[in-house]
Design a protein around this ligand. Sequence first.
Ligand code: SF4
Length: 319
Amino acid sequence: MPEPLLRVENLDVAYLAADGPVRATSKVSFTLEDGEILGLVGESGSGKSTVAKAAMRVLGQPAVITGGSVRFRGREVLRMSDAELRQWRWRDVSMVMQSALNAMNPVMTVLDHVLDTLAAHGITGAAAKKRAGELLDLVEIDRHHLRSYPHELSGGMRQRVVLGIALALTPPLVFMDEPTTALDVVVERQIMRKLVALQAELGFAVLFITHDVSLLLEFATRIGVMYSGRLVEVAPTQLFRDGARHPYSKGLLGAIPRIDSDEAPVSIPGSPPSLKNPPPGCRFHPRCADALDVCETREPPLVQIGADHWAACHVLEVA
Ligand code: SF4
């Protein structure tokens, strides 16, 4: 079997707190193939952003990777030197963060931002300026905005610019961490449609992090659900929409307001556990209506429950 574009295996990340390490993610494993959009969804603190940052080696202190493996086309990312990482980022993988305003330097123009990125990879002069114009065309921003400063652009335009910069070297993989969360819903949908159109045109893969499962139902190829630092279900989008099996995934789907149904959305009772002091066994058991005795003591492993369908739940193991 050829190696997938990205293979994350048993990824463990901890926050080094003064009173001891706190496990932020635990044994997270998934693959991402060329050209697909894998969405990772979960509540705040579920570890989804931590996974993306760890995979790209951009975690900030006090977070540290304590175990596991991240392979890009079979090459171990966790063993890359700083020089290798600098080359790998942007050329092979880029990242779009939640707030374009924070990602951009307020005293640099759009052109400066693009030229900086290209120069770091040896593209300068007329070729770089030509590429800057092409990138704005790509994300449908008028070229006169090359001279604009970030504060002169709307939130949606800034996010498009950041997306264009992320595609500057046409990487095969783009990480997107809540890239549309700060935008209103109309602009969010416009950006998502643009992203999907570009993805279809250029063929890059996306690891898309969000707390909004409805966005993934519309735009992702596959969906992975994170809860309290663990991946609890992974399935192709259609299968997930019609047949999610993990009780937490079903809760996420049941909480979506629907215009085609009289049924009121039902929110999941309770709140996510503290990572510092998580419950034993399945971390979802205090909120789970299906919990068995074993759920309070034994953690369910992520196992295959169908074709391309994985879940971590004791009920599904014995079914
Ligand atoms: Fe619920 Fe038990 Fe499954 Fe956890 S393992 S989701 S508590 S049924």
